[in-house]
Design a binder for this molecule. Sequence first.
Ligand code: GLU
Length: 426
Amino acid sequence: MENRGTAIGAKATAEPTENPRDITSTNFRLAADRLGLDAETRTLLTTPFRELRVEVPVRLDDGSLKVFLGYRIQHNGARGPAKGGIRYHPAVTVDEVRALAEAMTWKTSLVNIPFGGAKGGIACDPHAMSQRELERLTRKYTSRIQVILGPYRDVPAPDVNTNAQVMTWLFDEYSLHHGYTPACVTGKPVELGGSLGREQATGYGAAILVRELMRELGRPLAGATVALQGIGNVGSYAARALAREGCRILAVADSKGAVFSSKGIDLAALFPHKAATGKVQGLAGTEAISNGDLLELECDILIPAALECVIHRGNAERIRAKVIAEAANLPTTPDADQILERRGIAVLPDILTSAGGVTVSYFEWTQNLQQHFWEESQVFAEMEKILVKAFRNVVERARSEKISYRTAAYTIAVERVARAEKLRGT
Ligand code: GLU
């Protein structure tokens, strides 16, 4: 699953008042101030292009009818078709989807791939639903949003609690309405036109960026200790890649809690344990801790890879990691950012750290449009080239303007979209 950990538990560590839109609006404002953008341009760049809210009635297996609320929000399309995942989670709200859609605009711009930003979501608890119910939910949702989708309009992908199977239902339902259209969605199974490497891309991409960050800071990666919140698709591939680099994974969390081992968690035992029991806790040789404890562990690298707003003013003073690499979208609130900056903790921002997935989605889209497929080695090599280039751009901007990596990343991203809007004459 493109499942940044199901992390309902992670959400419990957020301050109740946090709104993820404050994160995007503060980060945008800091960048817009640096770029000297006028008020009109600011309004243009922050106003979502299109918001669709749909009621999704689904016949459950017990014969009853339940109506779910779904959204698809296209934030900006100046640089290309809107792009971004669809999440299934009980905490999905319109503001969350708005913020995540905006974050996608800045993410695709930062890595300079020809897309805008979008996000979708359905407020539901997928863990309490059968596969058949999920299929009916996905098909009905797709049938209600397909009017605004399309390979040159808006291209969905997996996100929290959605996966290649969900994308297949979406692809199939879209094709019923429009004819065979593999480029209408990314993150499909390889057998149906998905790209090799897409499943691993976000996690592997995060690991590449952690490697670059450590190199930049002159810290060794081999032997570095890592705490990872979220062990879904993103976290699990990031953990595997970092363990291969010689990192010691001190702690991992899922939505039900976390486990810690000072000797390092044995991933070869962790994944079968999680598959068999549905949770990380109970793994032999580990100590059970809470999601909140994990965030405050002493370690070299903290990787939030679950939900938004988990690092906030209530815990930022207690974070003891040397660096934070944000594999989740919007995990750090603006108040926390200020605290972390004052405390000298480097933060590699989400719009960079989590960009591997959408980068390989771009490759999937081009492969579908051309009906010409790449070797896995080519996918990973091209992804690395794009991510390392974006990383260098961020580091150089941060250094020359004496700003944080986050503000540097947003400044580069906002500048490109502002330029595209201007060229197109909006
Ligand atoms: N949901 C992923 C993200 O937040 C991937 C989006 C995509 O591939 O379009 O970046």
